[in-house]
Ligand binder design. Structure first.
Ligand code: ATP
Length: 300
């Protein structure tokens, strides 16, 4: 049995001479909400298309579910959900379910209820707000009880209330329906509130994969040391067994996972003759962490 629900190995897609996705090894566990984060053009959609089977990889492999689990289903919302504006939500859902060969009126009504669109079934989807269209798009992806849901930028362009609603839907699907979910966005702050694992992608490469706990640690728990000698600060930290640190600038080092040892660090630095300008405990915002990571400054 595979250790991961979804795993890719050296997955790549080349358009012309350019790699849209370049040797990506992604790891999604059962029950995860996997947040795929990256700026526009990073390769998120292309990666999701290959995982869903909508695009053929140039190189590499996708392993989805284990050998014994071939009956499991995947639900996908990638790019525009493709609504027929002259039909209502039910008619749109029915059309899609029939095409998939899984039409079941009760299931469709349950989904519309779940995504909050069963109230006004007279309304044509051409008159829907962006938030309603996104919710219907998620509804499409839910047809046929999928076990694994792939949602490409479902919060893109939504107002704060719309974002909160989609977030709640995702959490509910994950907790109540035990769905494993992969969701992409270019806003870490938003995914930070739902995802259990994060993959940061830039220029087609997966530059970092980390758990919610690791992200929290990177953002919140650090000792900031401003001194005249980064080199000796590093040696001191190493000597204390603290290996998670990052040189931020010519005079600043951040050390992670050692907040409770700040007094000891300070003492050791003084003993080694390091002139400390400032030492203290601080945190960083998710967005700053993300931008630093994109700049190649991820902590080791
Ligand atoms: P966005 O958030 O803007 O949708 P993304 O992270 O989803 O971006 P992709 O849409 O996967 O990124 O695009 C990755 C790169 O591949 C981009 O440079 C894009 O121009 C290119 N690309 C995507 N699809 C094609 C295609 N069919 N033909 C040629 N190039 C493509």
């Amino acid at each position: 049995m595979n250790k991961y629900y979804l795993e890719t190995q050296m997955l790549s897609k080349k358009y012309g001479q350019t790699y849209a996705v370049n040797k990506v090894n992604i790891h999604v566990k059962q029950g995860d909400i996997y947040g795929l984060i990256g700026p526009n053009g990073a390769g998120k959609t292309t990666l999701m298309k290959m995982i869903s089977g909508f695009a053929t990889p140039t190189e590499g492999e996708v392993q989805l579910f284990s050998e014994e689990d071939r009956t499991r289903r995947i639900g996908v919302l990638i790019e525009n959900p493709g609504l027929y504006g002259n039909m209502n939500a039910f008619e749109n859902m029915r059309l899609r379910a029939v095409a998939m060969g899984v039409y079941d009126r009760k299931n469709i009504m349950e989904i519309l209820d779940f995504v909050g669109l069963s109230g006004d079934l007279k309304k044509k989807t051409g008159k829907y707000s962006l938030g309603m269209k996104q919710r219907l798009g998620i509804g499409f992806a839910l047809i046929g009880h999928p076990d694994f849901l792939i949602l490409d930028e479902p919060i893109n362009g939504l107002d704060p209330q719309g974002i909160a609603e989609v977030r709640e839907l995702i959490l509910e699907l994950n907790r109540k329906e035990s769905m494993t979910i992969m969701i992409s966005s270019h806003i870490l702050e938003e995914l930070g509130k739902v995802a259990t694992t994060f993959g940061i992608i830039e220029k087609g490469r997966l530059i970092l994969e980390l758990s919610q706990a690791q992200l929290k640690q990177q953002c919140e728990e650090r000792v900031e040391i401003v001194s005249t000698d980064n080199g000796r600060v590093a040696i001191t930290l190493e000597g204390m067994g603290i290996r998670q640190y990052r040189v931020i600038s010519a005079d600043t080092v951040y050390a992670y996972g050692c907040m409770q040892r700040v007094d000891e660090i300070s003492r050791q630095l003084v003993e080694r003759g390091v002139a400390i300008r400032r030492i203290g405990v601080a945190g960083t915002s998710l967005e700053d962490f993300y931008l630093n990571t994109l700049k190649g400054g991820a902590a080791s």
